[in-house]
Design a protein around this ligand. Structure first.
Ligand code: SAM
Ligand code: SF4
Length: 451
């Protein structure tokens, strides 16, 4: 039996891709290794979103090179593959800088990994694939397998928005939506294998426009309605959304579909119109605030999360203040915030007014202080509520189980191990720093929270 070790960087879409790489190599006799030291092939599935992404990959490759040399001295062969967005962006440069690398494969060519390994094993030299053919990728990769009651399902890839800070349109290519029958089939198989919650993934998931079973194009709202009809599938989520693609019928789906969890990741990046414009986000502050109002009136218990970038080129103190006032106005349940980092090849990287790092750090600290206070207040507001929890795994204490609330918060419950894989109502007793603690409710299970 050969062994495979995959190190995954970045977002959930990469987690999904890594699982598909592992599945595609299983028929060749590869099973998971616990560490690179035990592996016959090590895959780095990389992300290029933030600063020094490529440098981190090169330093990891330096470590792997030494390991590969040690293994060669012991008479065994270890292959090194670099997959994902750094592979796409750097291409042959990777092999030039680190000649221990055997395979370089972009995110749209992952289905070619088995054939590339075979080529390298036949000692035909290195293999490099960075084409953009996403339909071929999804036709050829094995469908996702259930590894617990919650699963990811990629429905859309790439992006046509070209925000001026972002590399995704260059590394993942143009928007591509998987056809509806492929998605419904994969969802049904996951449910048959015990999955109760599916998160639909896409870089721009609410721009989904997939070919329907009888021709025509389906949007995300229509797809969600059909997925909600799958018996045994109790919870649906989708991420990540762009504010410009929140259509009326998608908002209505939040009102009409009980299975659609009341939690939405809706990145705004900045609260300043000037900066939103410079980012090419295609909407202003008011558009976002009005959109949130409409979403909240469709589903009163919805909680929101977002991404923010501080220190975008040209961001003044007033612009940053606008971000803080927007955050206060919205009141988020959770959010991610980043210092702007220049990505080579993106328009913002060439902007003259780059912000000094100490200013970025100070802004990040003050934004994160505000966001974590809001997150904590949201968690406190859950105390005493009865919420549905999907139990996913054992906790640290004997008999304890950990699940997810409708708002994605981890919930620890004693004497609940027998419920792993199921949904049960829980009375939330306390808000901990990054999770909730509760006790099982006597009531019969419900699919959504009573908030
Ligand atoms: N498509 C999503 C959207 O429109 O908001 C975001 C996808 S991106 C993969 C995830 C997040 O990374 C972004 O929302 C943004 O906050 C952050 N990000 C992307 N490029 C960045 C950069 N150059 N510097 C800092 N943060 C960045
Ligand atoms: Fe990047 Fe999202 Fe903008 Fe697309 S919409 S360019 S993925 S930040």
């Amino acid at each position: 039996m050969k062994k495979l070790f995959i190190k995954t960087y970045g977002c959930q879409m990469n987690v999904y891709d890594s699982a598909r790489i592992a599945d595609s190599l299983a028929p060749l006799g590869y099973s998971a290794a616990d560490a690179p030291e035990d592996a016959d092939i090590v895959v780095l599935n990389t992300c290029h979103i933030r600063e020094k992404a490529a440098e981190k990959v090169y330093s990891e490759l330096g470590r792997l090179r030494r390991l590969k040399e040690r293994r060669a001295e012991e008479g065994s062969r270890m292959l090194i593959a670099v997959a994902g967005c750094v592979a796409q962006a750097e291409g042959e440069e990777i092999v030039r800088r680190q000649n221990a690398v055997d395979i370089v494969v972009g995110p749209q060519s992952l289905h070619r990994i088995p054939e590339m390994i075979a080529r390298v094993e036949r000692r035909e030299g290195r293999a490099l694939e960075t084409d953009f053919v996403p339909d071929e990728k999804f036709d050829s990769l094995p469908a996702s397998r259930a590894e617990g009651p919650a699963a990811f399902l990629t429905i859309q890839e790439g992006c046509d928005k070209f925000c001026t800070f972002c590399v995704v349109p260059y590394t993942r290519g143009a928007e591509f939506s998987r056809p509806v029958p492929q998605i419904l089939g994969e969802a049904q198989r996951l449910v048959d294998a015990g999955v109760r919650e599916i998160t639909l993934l896409g870089q721009n998931v609410n721009a989904y426009r997939g070919k329907g079973p009888c021709g025509g194009v389906w949007n995300l709202a229509r797809l969600l309605h059909h997925l909600a009809e799958i018996y045994g599938l109790e919870r649906l989520r989708y991420t990540t959304s762009h504010p410009c693609d929140m259509s009326d019928d998608l908002i209505a789906a939040h009102r009409d579909l009980e299975k659609l969890m009341p939690y939405l990741h809706l990145p705004v990046q900045s609260g300043s119109d000037r900066i939103l414009d410079a980012m090419n986000r295609r909407h202003g502050r008011d558009h976002y605030l009005r959109l949130v109002e409409r979403i909240r009136s469709a589903r009163r218990d919805i909680a929101l999360s977002s991404d923010f970038i501080v220190g975008f080129p040209g961001e003044s103190d007033e612009d940053f203040e606008q971000t803080l006032t927007l955050v206060r106005e919205i009141n988020y349940a959770q959010a991610y915030s980043f210092k702007y980092s220049s990505r080579p090849g993106t328009p913002a990287a060439a902007a003259r007014k780059q912000i000094p790092d100490d200013v970025k750090s100070a802004r990040l600290q003050s934004l994160q202080g505000l966001l974590s206070a809001q997150q904590h207040a949201f968690a406190k507001s859950c105390e005493g509520l009865e919420m549905s929890v999907l139990f996913e795994r054992r906790g640290r204490k004997p008999g304890q189980a950990v699940g997810r609330s409708p708002y994605l918060q981890p919930v620890h419950v004693d004497d609940a191990e027998h419920l792993i894989g199921m949904i049960h109502n829980v009375i939330i007793a306390r808000a901990l720093p990054n999770s909730l603690g509760g006790t099982l409710a006597g009531a019969r299970p419900k699919a959504v929270a009573v908030h």
